[in-house]
Design a protein around this ligand. Structure first.
Ligand code: FPP
Length: 254
């Protein structure tokens, strides 16, 4: 029997998502959750307080994504480059990601969210991997929204890891190099079932993609918003979707 899912909780101000046609709503939204450090600094707080405040923004955006009908949401929670931060911040971010996944997994499961870890195993804390795998297993049959937690993720690392796997298969004569296609390469990415990104959002006013979902975002619409991540909520997502709805996507066609 199909599991009964809980409806997304409406926004505390009661505001509803903008009315758009289905084709104006992106299936896959990727978000670079940037600006936690600056948010904290402007309040005289430690950078880690900014990350903590970012949890609420993410959860509200998950509810808002469900309300408007987004099917897949990818969030950049720890990049392969974030290991260059101070040991204290790296330690905090590892523990924080683990705690957030642990404490939010039931709520996300009730909403019908399928949690998926996207990233590289090497260097990532085993306790974080264990937590991610438990969340994946708990939510594996959910269909409302796929939430890709991109942790220890880098676009170049992903392509490098795919190239290594492909080269190994070619040496074993399991694949013919000339038979490779753009579609067959996706089998070697961290999440082969991930859709192409339709809408790529970055908060904080920075206008960079920072190595996030390079392959998958080849034709994504980019929306850069001035809000710092802890100040974002579902209205930020909806605003980006309204901007997206106005864009004309041609995918190389005239
Ligand atoms: C970017 O802000 C944020 C990160 C590198 C960490 C990822 C995001 C979070 C921890 C927020 C929520 C995540 C979860 C799992 C709930 P920054 O530190 O680069 O900010 P700055 O550019 O202002 O210094």
């Amino acid at each position: 029997m199909a599991k009964k899912v809980k409806q997304a909780t409406p926004h505390r101000n009661g505001i509803k998502p903008p009315k758009l046609e289905r084709k104006q709503i992106p299936n896959h939204v990727a978000i670079v959750m940037d600006g936690n450090g600056r948010w904290a600094k402007s309040r005289g707080l430690a950078r880690t307080a900014g990350h903590e405040a970012g949890e609420k923004a993410l959860v509200d955006i998950v509810h808002g994504a469900i309300e408007i009908g987004v099917k897949e949401l990818s969030v950049y929670a720890f990049s392969t480059e974030n290991w260059k931060r101070s040991p204290e911040e790296v330690k905090f971010l590892m523990g924080f990601n683990r705690e957030v996944i642990h404490s939010r997994r039931e709520e996300l499961n009730d909403l019908g969210v399928k949690i998926r870890w996207v990233g590289r195993e090497k260097r990532l804390w085993k306790t974080v991997i264990d937590e991610l795998k438990q969340a994946e297993s708990l939510t594996k049959n959910n269909k409302v929204l796929t939430l890709n937690m991109c942790i220890n993720y880098g676009g170049r690392a992903e392509m490098l890891d795919a190239a290594v796997s492909i080269a190994k298969e070619a040496v074993k004569k399991k694949i013919k190099p000339d038979a490779l296609t753009e579609k067959s390469i996706t089998k070697y990415l961290y999440a082969p079932l991930m859709r192409d990104v339709d809408l790529f959002i970055r908060s904080s006013g920075e206008q960079r993609t920072s190595n996030f979902l390079m392959w998958q975002s080849a034709y994504a619409e980019m929306v850069f918003l001035d809000v710092l991540w802890p100040d974002a909520d579902r209205r930020t997502l909806w605003k980006a979707i309204e901007i997206y709805a106005e864009r004309e996507r041609r995918f190389g066609k005239a």
